[in-house]
Design a protein around this ligand. Structure first.
Ligand SMILES: Cc1cc2nc3c(=O)[nH]c(=O)nc-3n(C[C@H](O)[C@H](O)[C@H](O)COP(=O)(O)OP(=O)(O)OC[C@H]3O[C@@H](n4cnc5c(N)ncnc54)[C@H](O)[C@@H]3O)c2cc1C
Length: 376
């Protein structure tokens, strides 16, 4: 039996308790969701405020439509923009020239190729120019986290009543110093009066997580994050929110345990905080059930509830690399279809009143059909 069939058999078993009339109702929802997507797209097309960044957005879309576009963009950001050593950045830019997306305008292509060819000869000119050019391209998506530019960006972005979730980039920490810096910067963000929501990952604030010492690793991450959570809990109720994002499967159990420990502290009793679950993991439903029970218990004890953000999962490539290197089966669902089905299964379980007594559900993704399905 192939893995897909095994997965489908497990799924069928998991769903055998679902009432057939409920399944018919869900199929009806699919049509309603499609109609909702049409209304959203129509509204988005007529929204004149979207014109502002069209040039940059079009250029980014052009880059990503090339087969090399993603590798080029990730390589450019990670190896050229984020590299402080100018010579190393120049060498990376020279390597990336061959991946120049052919979907870009001839002028952009010519600039990249020229920069790539000259990078190691005159890095002092090429690297600052390349960095400022990429900032022009993605500047509407990434904001400078220094106090003054951040304040200006937050004011502009929230002027229409929107709320922001701020995620400090540079999460792949290699040492304790970097982890300390990331944590201190996140605390600085939380303490700002104009920031009410930050996202953080367990692995970005602790460089020494070792799952052979599981209990010690949980203690260590809890110890590091406790001051941040207590600070948020001290603010007026509902004015600060911290979300624990999820990265790779090996952090799933640890992140859930850290989350529960942090929200079981007497000081954080009234703090609502969030965690992410990834539906491409077959473990997602069990994890949600555990968190729903935890939230319900918290509320029954007179505390605040919790929030779970459901996503499909952004680290399929890394999970696949780990599995292949170790010769292990992949931890993710066996296909895109299985992930999509699991996403809906988790949603379906969550969106029952009795499962939401201590739980608020967030639904995140770029697939409008799934968002509309949840919304409907
Ligand atoms: C506000 C927000 C917050 C987010 N936070 C997180 C986070 O904390 N952690 C995180 O991991 N992601 C996070 N994401 C990213 C989210 O996981 C991606 O949006 C999602 O991976 C893309 O799914 P989709 O439903 O938008 O698109 P779709 O195109 O419908 O689905 C693509 C997804 O399907 C899955 N998939 C594709 N091919 C396969 C395959 N062969 N086998 C199995 N599965 C497959 C993968 O998860 C892939 O990313 C966040 C996204 C948003 C918008």
């Amino acid at each position: 039996m192939n893995t897909d069939n095994t997965q489908n058999a497990q799924n069928a078993q998991a769903d055998s308790t679902v009432d057939p009339t409920e399944i018919a109702g869900l199929a009806d929802l699919a049509d309603k969701a499609t109609a909702k997507v049409v209304t959203w797209l129509t509204a988005a097309r007529s929204d004149t405020t979207r014109g502002k960044n069209t040039g940059a957005a079009k250029r980014l879309a052009a880059v990503l439509s090339d087969p090399n576009g993603l590798d080029f963009t990730v390589g450019f950001v990670d190896r050229v923009i984020r590299t402080e050593d100018r010579d190393a950045a120049a060498k990376a830019l020279a390597d990336l020239g061959d991946l120049t997306p052919k979907t870009l305008s001839w002028l952009d292509q010519a600039q990249i190729r020229a920069g790539s060819a000259l990078a190691t000869t005159i890095p002092q000119i090429v690297i600052p120019t390349a960095k400022s050019r990429i900032r022009q391209m993605v500047g509407h998506m990434i904001v400078d986290a220094n106090d003054r530019p951040l304040g200006k960006a937050v004011a502009e972005l929230t002027a229409g009543g929107q709320r922001l979730n701020i995620n400090l980039l540079g999460e792949a920490v290699l040492g304790e110093e970097e982890a300390d810096h990331h944590l201190a910067e996140t605390r600085r963000l939380v303490s700002r009066p104009d920031v009410d929501y930050v996202s953080i990952k367990a692995s970005s604030v602790a460089s020494q997580i070792n799952l052979w010492g599981y209990e010690e690793s949980v203690d260590y991450v809890v110890e590091r994050l406790t001051p941040l959570y207590i600070e948020a809990a001290k603010a007026p109720k509902g004015s600060k929110f911290i979300n624990l994002d999820m990265e790779e499967y090996h952090d799933l159990r640890l992140t859930i345990d850290v989350f529960k420990r942090l929200l079981s502290l007497p000081e954080t009793k009234d703090l609502e905080a969030g965690i992410v679950l990834q539906a491409y993991l077959p473990d997602a439903l069990g994890a949600l059930q555990e968190l729903s029970a935890f939230g319900a218990e918290r509320v029954a004890d007179g505390g605040a509830g919790i929030k779970v953000r459901l996503v499909k999962g952004a680290n399929l490539a890394m999970e696949t690399v780990h599995a292949e290197m170790q010769g292990w089966p992949n931890v993710t669902c066996a296909s895109k279809q299985a992930t999509d089905a699991n996403y809906k299964r988790v949603l379906h379980w969550a969106l029952h009143r009795e499962n939401l007594s201590g739980l608020r559900l967030g639904v995140a993704g770029h697939n409008l059909f799934d968002i509309a399905f949840a919304h409907t």
